[in-house]
Design a binder for this molecule. Structure first.
Ligand code: IMP
Length: 197
C-alpha cells in the first residue's frame, strides 16, 4: 500500500483537534480538520455503538473528499451510573460546563472509592478505493473528583483523576495527555498500523 500523505480528521472539537494534531504531526504532510473544509454535515452520532458512530463519520468525510480519513467516537462510563453517559456522552448536556455539573450532581455524596469510571475511545480509519476500514481502541481508568481542577484539556478532563499518575487529566498538557489517555492509546495503535503500511 502507498504511504498516505494527506488525511482528514473528522472532528470540529477543539480539544480533540489539538490531540490529533500533536499525535499525528510527524506522520502526514497535511492534516485537514473539518472547520477548514467545505463540509457542512453535522455528523450526528445517532448510531448505538462507538464503533458504528466512528465508522459512519470517517466514511461520510472520506467519501466526500475521496481521501483517507480518521474519526473518533469516545465516551465516559461511570460505574455507579451503570456505564452512563457512555456512547451518549456528548448529549449528556449542552456544553462541557453543563455536562460536568450534571455528573457531579448525579454523584453527589458518593465516596471517593465508589466514583470509578473509564474513558473509551474508538478511532476509525477509512481508506478509499478499495473502501476499507480499520478500528483502533484505547481506554483509561480513573475516578470522578468532587470538584473541577486544572486548566488544560476539554470535556470531563477537569473532574477525571488518574490514580496511576496522581493527577487530573486537566493538569496534563496535550503531549502528556496523549501518552496515557484513551484517545492517545488508540492513536498509538493507529500510528503503529500506518507505519507498517
Ligand atoms: P464524541 O466522541 O464527540 O461523541 O464525544 C464524547 C464526549 O465524551 C465529549 O463531548 C466529552 O464530553 C467526552 N470525552 C471524550 N473524550 C474525552 C476526553 O479525552 N476528555 C474529556 N472528555 C472526553
Amino acid at each position: 500500500m502507498r504511504k498516505i500523505k494527506t488525511i482528514i480528521v473528522a472532528t470540529r472539537n477543539e480539544g480533540k483537534m489539538n490531540e490529533f494534531r500533536q499525535a499525528l504531526k510527524d506522520l502526514f504532510e497535511k492534516i485537514y480538520f473539518l472547520p477548514e473544509l467545505p463540509f457542512f454535515d453535522d455528523l450526528k452520532e445517532d448510531e448505538t455503538s462507538y464503533v458504528s458512530n466512528a465508522m459512519k463519520k470517517a466514511r461520510k468525510v472520506g467519501e466526500r473528499f475521496g481521501i483517507p480519513s480518521i474519526a473518533d467516537d469516545s465516551g465516559l462510563e461511570v460505574d455507579f451510573l451503570g456505564g452512563r453517559p457512555g456512547v451518549t456522552s456528548s448529549r449528556y448536556g449542552k456544553n462541557d460546563e453543563e455536562r460536568i455539573g450534571r455528573l457531579l450532581t448525579e454523584l453527589e455524596g458518593l465516596p471517593w472509592d465508589e466514583r470509578t469510571a473509564k474513558f473509551r475511545a474508538y478511532l476509525a480509519l477509512y481508506l478509499p478505493e478499495p473502501e476499507r476500514y480499520y478500528v483502533f481502541y484505547g481506554d483509561l481508568k480513573g475516578i470522578i473528583g468532587f470538584e473541577k481542577r486544572g486548566e488544560y484539556g476539554f470535556g470531563f478532563d477537569p473532574v477525571f483523576f488518574v490514580p496511576s499518575i496522581g493527577k487530573y487529566l486537566s493538569e496534563l498538557d496535550t503531549h502528556e495527555k496523549n501518552r496515557i489517555s484513551h484517545r492517545g492509546k488508540a492513536l498509538m495503535a493507529l500510528k503503529e498500523f500506518l507505519r507498517s503500511l
